[in-house]
Design a protein around this ligand. Structure first.
Ligand SMILES: Cc1ncc(COP(=O)(O)O)c(C=O)c1O
Length: 1035
């Protein structure tokens, strides 16, 4: 029998159980917040607080009983306390060190009151505990229907080798790495990316390949610009594109051409009169195989294009290149494409790595990153980013590309796929795909349909018999949960992939009314290999070996593969090892719960052009995100299409231009950019067809408002926009931002806010509240998508309502009546860009909710100020506000040590590696300084370890200043100290090996070894080698 109080408690619990799930969740959440927003007490204290209040109240009223039940059922897996590094006692100690009584008091000193949000941030639901979050997202994911898609058009299903899935895609040792700008602690992924370049170079038959680009469409745009730039005359600005390229590639190409004033002529390459273009032809793009499957011989076309002074660009399919003649052999100057089918999931369109390969003549114009081989200080082989200072976006307004973040993780996956399968494995996959395509072709033809392409590798364009229609075929396919490509009312397309199994082949044959019983005999009677097949033009069968380098011939058992992946991973410092305090890069926690959903089939196995009724889960998640991101930024509309921050900048500036054109102000072509801006800002402005006018910053690091006003007034008639990063790249919340925005608006311009530093804004202020018209977010910084060693990136843009009609469209984004949703062209090949990683950001927002995210911003500011305060007696902090506060990052002025000790910022950076840390951002935005951003996720202990390292390094510098160590042979200029260096027979240095390797006692417990000593940049650039070194180096 229940006691009275127990009975009322039970009733209350019953009431709770009868609540709808969301109401229950909300109620529980409030209780859970005891563990989140008030987590600063120890768990025991919270539990005591909970049970004390539960005990007292249960006896008194039903409401109190509910409260007791809430306490009893409160989830323990709340997230905020896991996401933020410092514990409550740490927060108190840090505030005390800074002289503040509360977090809010500290924030008030860092953030100008004039920009603070008057009301708390609002986000529809959220603050879910981790397990509940996954259940909720699974529910949304289940609204996606996972059909087998044979739509092709540049995307196919794959069999992701599980050893790669688990040990790269799902492994924080790989996905939390940063771009390998510090080669000594990045040799693993540099080797892997060099493998990627080698695969691309080998399969395309072109000597110079990069690692990597955002998608095939972007790569086509980059190829266009290389063609334009290598033409001597500006009038050579017409680019031909064959009509049988993938539609999304053509659409992105058209977009890109606009900013450069180039004309895209789309036609049939077979009949087009190239002579009519005279010397205006910059280049031509064709697809190999084409979008409908035909394999054409482009040799004559190459001669024609070259004869007219242009370049031939070939959009190629990497898998078919293993069996087809490489483009380099028939005269292509550039080959581009997507590497998705090398073991990277569909993910509703991305992220996937695109490739770009070209001739030696174009080598120094290659966009994105190139990995090269160099040597270290001991003369050992070492990899590095080659031609680093020539990375296009670093050339600012002289750049021809804005590629920075570029799908590195996915390039690593594709490279590992080639390493795992090797030449025979890849060829076997290609032969199998082609064999099954022949089976379908034969069955479909004998059922009375017409295969329109006489040549093919994996794609058939089928004109269905008059007795049926494409609609009927699609309906039958849908019954089998199969998607085919929709071409027109009588034509369907089908592309086979490596994942096809016998049952699917049977279903495909049946869908076309073919003889399923004949599948087995056909499968054995058609050509077993591409080289014997009549569907491949004889002259286009590949001759000679592929992937003969030992790296692709060694690791074919899972044990060997696992060890190779792990061996490379062990050379790379990631967040799994230590903090990566890179200013402006926000290397925060990428939580496991946030990452888990990306490999669910409901998200990862969806084709980007699957019918909308199959993608309702994605639609719901993307809608949630668009709304939440608009709230976070104080804007009205969002697109998640851009694949990186820089693509966001480009999309945002294009929206501004399209809006201005719609008002008859298309002449506005001036973009004001502060000299402190990230290189992608001016580069994106140039790509959007704008002229960059640089605005100065004053000696406190603030935007020089006098200069801004003068330039805005001078260019008022033609002023299009200003690009502002906030808080500034100098790490300060500038007071003058509102005035800057006012000035630009008063002179007819629009305000673009670069969101790279949004981690300091969320919940405290917002671009929209401050008056910006458009901003981008770097989801791979602020919103927990991992950096992956240089991508995936997601750079959504959020705009005020007047710009909403000018967000990028896409051939697949159409209204019910078939009209395009936007008249503005796409910036990415897939309608929602890198949709496959959007679940990460969705989860981050829903785990933290509005209050949690606000707490995150405050903690990020606290952590930065704590560190700057600890370091200020040892280094000078370059910029702070008038209260001595920085925002979420700060710059250490290391320039003085050049004179006093011959030590540069790079020496401090390299010495930090000996202490087991990834160096902060170096020499940007101020040359020869370092910029530190700890993020909220780092604990006080880790920040103290980092500060201890920097303080000890300061003492090491002092020894040089005091003449105790020579200027040319000291512990800094010789850093980092690899194992090889420390254990060498000879030790010609005036300090001990122990000091070199173990400068602090704590390192005995926790040492990360740089795998090479300092890499020789100049040697690498002078002796450029961008594919795997010759075999003898591997003996
Ligand atoms: C201030 C700023 N803007 C723009 C970008 C470009 O972003 P993404 O690398 O995603 O293209 C960065 C990248 O670090 C940045 O720091």
């Amino acid at each position: 029998m229940l006691s009275r109080s127990s009975a009322s408690k039970a009733q209350a619990i019953a009431k709770l159980c009868a609540m709808p799930h969301s109401a229950l969740a909300t109620t529980m959440l409030r209780a859970a917040l005891l563990h989140t927003l008030k987590p600063r007490q120890s768990s025991a204290a919270v539990a005591a607080e909970s049970s004390a209040s539960a005990g007292a109240s249960a006896a008194s009223s039903p409401t109190a009983a509910v409260s007791a039940a809430q306490q009893a059922f409160a989830p323990l897996d709340t997230f905020l306390r896991r996401h933020n590094g410092p514990r409550q006692s740490d927060v108190e100690a840090m505030l005390q060190a800074l002289g503040f009584k509360s977090l809010d008091e500290m924030v008030a000193a860092a953030v100008p009151n004039s920009i603070r949000l008057p009301e708390p941030l609002q986000i529809a639901d959220g603050e879910f505990p981790e397990r509940e979050l996954l259940a909720k997202l699974k529910n949304i994911a289940s609204q996606n229907k996972v059909y087998r898609s044979f739509i092709g058009t540049g995307y196919t299903d794959v069999v992701v080798p599980n050893v790669i899935l688990r040990n790269i895609l799902e492994n924080p040792g790989w996905y939390t790495q940063y771009t390998p700008y510090q080669p000594e602690i990045s040799q693993g992924r540099l080797e892997s990316l060099l493998n990627f370049q080698t695969v691309v170079s080998d399969l395309t038959g072109l000597p110079a390949a990069n690692a990597s680009l955002l998608d095939e469409g972007t790569a086509a745009g980059e190829a266009l610009v290389v063609c334009l730039n290598s033409a001597r005359k500006k009038t050579r600005n017409v680019f031909f594109a064959d009509e049988n390229c993938h539609p999304q590639t053509l659409a992105v190409l058209r977009t890109r051409a606009e900013g450069f004033g180039a004309e895209i002529v789309v036609g049939d390459y077979k009949t087009f009169d190239f002579a009519s273009l005279g010397d205006r032809l910059a280049g031509a793009l064709v697809s190999y195989p084409d979008t409908y499957g035909s394999i054409c011989d482009y040799k004559i076309l190459a001669d024609t294009v070259h004869g007219q002074g242009g370049q031939l660009v070939v959009a190629a399919d990497l898998m078919s290149l293993s069996v087809l003649q490489p483009p380099g052999e028939f005269g292509a100057d550039i080959a581009i494409g997507n590497t998705q089918r090398f073991g990277v999931p569909l993910g509703y369109g991305g992220p996937h790595a695109a490739f770009f390969a070209t001739t030696a003549a174009n080598q120094r114009r290659v966009p994105g990153r190139i990995i090269g081989v160099s040597r270290d200080a001991e003369g050992n082989r070492a990899y590095r980013l080659a031609l680093q200072t020539r990375e296009q976006h670093i050339r600012r307004e002289k750049a021809s590309s804005n590629i920075c973040t570029a799908q590195a993780l996915l390039a690593n996956m594709a490279a590992m796929y080639a390493v795992y399968h090797g030449p025979e494995g890849i060829k076997a996959i290609a032969d199998r795909i082609h064999r099954f395509t022949q089976v379908v072709a034969a069955s479909v033809a004998s059922a009375g349909h017409t295969i329109e392409n006489t040549t093919y590798f994996d794609t058939l364009r089928i004109r269905v018999a008059d007795t049926t229609s494409a609609a009927e075929v699609h309906a039958r396919a849908a019954e089998c949960q199969i998607n085919l490509r929709r071409i027109d009312s009588q034509t369907v397309g089908i592309t086979l992939d490596e994942a096809v199994v016998r049952d699917e082949l049977v279903k495909l044959v049946e869908i076309f009314g073919g003889n399923a019983a004949a599948v087995d005999s056909l499968a054995t009677s058609v050509s077993a290999t591409v080289s014997e097949s009549s569907a491949i033009p004889a002259g286009l069968v590949r001759q000679g070996a592929i992937l003969s380098h030992p790296i692709f011939n060694r690791y074919h058992s899972e044990t060997e593969m696992l060890r190779y992946i792990t061996q490379l991973q062990n050379k790379d410092l990631s967040l799994a090892n230590a903090m990566i305090p890179l200013g402006s890069c926000t290397m925060k926690l990428n939580a496991t719960t946030e990452l888990i959903p990306i490999t669910w089939p409901e998200f990862s196995q969806i084709h980007p052009f699957a019918p909308h009724e199959q993608t309702q889960g994605y639609a719901k998640m993307i809608k949630d995100l668009e709304e939440d991101l608009a709230s976070i930024t104080g804007m009205d509309a969002t697109t998640v299409q851009p694949n990186s921050g820089a693509q966001g900048e480009y999309a945002g500036l294009r929206a501004i231009r399209a809006y201005q054109s719609s008002k008859g102000e298309g002449h506005r072509n001036i973009c004001l950019v502060p000299d402190s801006a990230h290189g992608t800002n001016p580069a994106s402005a140039v790509m959007a067809g704008l002229k960059v006018v640089i605005v100065k910053c004053d000696n406190k690091g603030n935007l020089d408002l006098v200069d801004l006003e003068a330039k805005a007034q001078k260019h008022a008639t033609n002023l299009s926009a200003v690009m502002i990063t906030y808080p500034s790249t100098f790490g300060v919340f500038e007071d003058g931002v509102l005035r800057a925005i006012e000035i630009v608006h008063a002179n007819g311009g629009q305000v673009y806010m670069d969101g790279a530093n949004m981690n300091a804004q969320v919940g405290l202020t917002s671009p929209g509240y401050m008056g910006a018209d458009v901003c981008h977010l770097n989801n791979h910084k602020t919103l927990a998508i991992p950096h992956g060693g240089g991508g995936p990136g997601v750079g959504p843009i959020c705009v005020k309502s007047h710009l909403a009609p000018f967000l990028p469209g896409h051939p697949e984004l159409v209204n019910a009546d078939g009209t395009p949703q936007s008249t503005v062209g796409p910036v990415s090949a897939a309608p929602y860009g890198s949709a496959g990683v959007l679940p990460v950001t969705w989860s981050y927002i829903k785990l933290l909710g509005a209050r949690g995210m606000t707490e995150v911003s405050k903690t990020a500011i606290l952590n930065a100020n704590y560190m700057s305060n600890r370091l200020r007696d040892h280094y000078s902090i370059l910029y702070t506000n008038d209260k001595g506060m920085c925002a979420h990052e700060f710059i250490l002025d290391t320039r003085v040590f050049g004179k006093s000790a011959g030590v540069q910022a790079i020496d401090i950076a390299k010495r930090l590696q000996d202490y087991g840390f990834h160096p902060p951002t170096m020499s940007w935005p101020v040359p020869n300084t370092i910029m530190i951003e700890p993020t909220e996720s780092e604990s006080k202990e880790e920040m103290d370890r980092f500060c201890d390292a920097l303080i000890t390094i300061r003492e090491e510098i002092r020894e040089i200043e005091e003449g105790k160590q020579p200027r040319d042979n000291n512990i800094l200029v010789n850093a980092p100290h690899s194992i090889a260096k420390v254990s060498a027979e000879e030790w010609p240095h005036p300090y001990s090996r122990q000091r070199a390797a173990y400068p602090l006692p704590s390192l005995r417990e926790r040492k990360f070894w740089p795998s090479v000593s300092r890499v020789d940049d100049a040697y690498g650039d002078l002796n450029l080698m961008c594919s795997c070194p010759p075999m003898e180096n591997y003996q």
